[in-house]
Design a protein. Structure first.
Lengths: 157, 157
DNA sequence: CCTGAAACATAATGCAC
DNA sequence: GTGCATTATGTTTCAGG
């Protein structure tokens, strides 16, 4: 993971791409004040140096039928053999679980899940999560409203 | 927000774009089995119908100096006038706060924040968050490891 | 609704500086 | 490193099924 020197042009490129991953080199060149060919070359360099993890499309979940987002904190039953391994395998296989983190504190894992509505969330929690033998305890927190969503990490100028 | 009929080609387009927002129409046409021109037209239709919220680039946070991700749950002091408004304004202005949700349960808000390291997280929590007069209580949970991150919502075939 | 071809736009790269 | 010119790719419109 070779660290490379980034200059002001690189920051501007990254900043522009954070908010719109589909910008063309021509569009980038206008925002960044470089020629399109330089944008192309610098972007290649940034990708090769692993500064860019992915280009994602964020879909409109509620238009697609998922009205509910919830966070779920999970405590595993440490008496169950290989509970971590079993849990991780289960997590990977469940598409409604969008994110999963192992965390410090009372719980072992935090999940972000989506569901169609509250009844479906309720049955998802009991049928897909509580039912796992490795899960000892589970607390869900329903999202009422998204106040901020900045997929952009702060960058220098 | 007019609901439109989506067919199998649309699902495939959305599925492909979820994991790579920069796919060209030619590349999409290969994954979807349509001509490039149809991919272009359908994608325009999907965008116009608000099924796509954003194309964003996920940067490598740790390469860029942010080693720590934490979740912070916040309870506001309801005795403070306009505490919600004051809080939301503060949130918007702090770049280390990447996401903020109002939630059900004990806390009022949940945040996802990034920080350079644990000392900087510590001072961020006390100086930028606890210091807000509207904040009554705050609990932070540090992410130890990202187990799953699927920015992809499940789609039909 | 679709494909395919033509006209147009953009991307990638060699080269001169 | 950069811009410019060139060639390779990609996009979009339109005629036709």
């Amino acid at each position: 993971m070779s660290h490379i020197e980034l200059d002001s042009y690189d920051w501007r490129l990254l900043r522009a791409l954070q908010t719109n991953a589909r910008l063309s080199n021509v569009a980038l060149s206008e925002q960044v004040n470089l020629s399109p060919s330089q944008c192309s070359r610098r972007l290649q360099r940034l990708e090769q140096n692993n500064l860019i993890e992915a280009y994602f499309t964020q879909l409109n979940a509620s238009e697609l039928g998922y009205q509910i987002t919830a966070f779920v904190s999970i405590t595993l039953d440490k008496r169950v053999k290989n509970s971590d391994k079993e849990f991780k395998q289960a997590i990977e296989a469940i598409p409604e679980i969008l994110e999963c983190y192992s965390v410090s504190g009372d719980a072992d894992y935090w999940l972000r899940v989506i569901s169609e509505n509250l009844p479906s969330l309720s049955s998802f929690l009991s049928e897909s999560l509580s039912s796992l033998t490795c899960v000892r305890d589970l607390t869900s927190t329903v999202v009422l409203n998204r106040v901020k969503h900045a997929p952009s990490i702060p960058l220098p100028n």
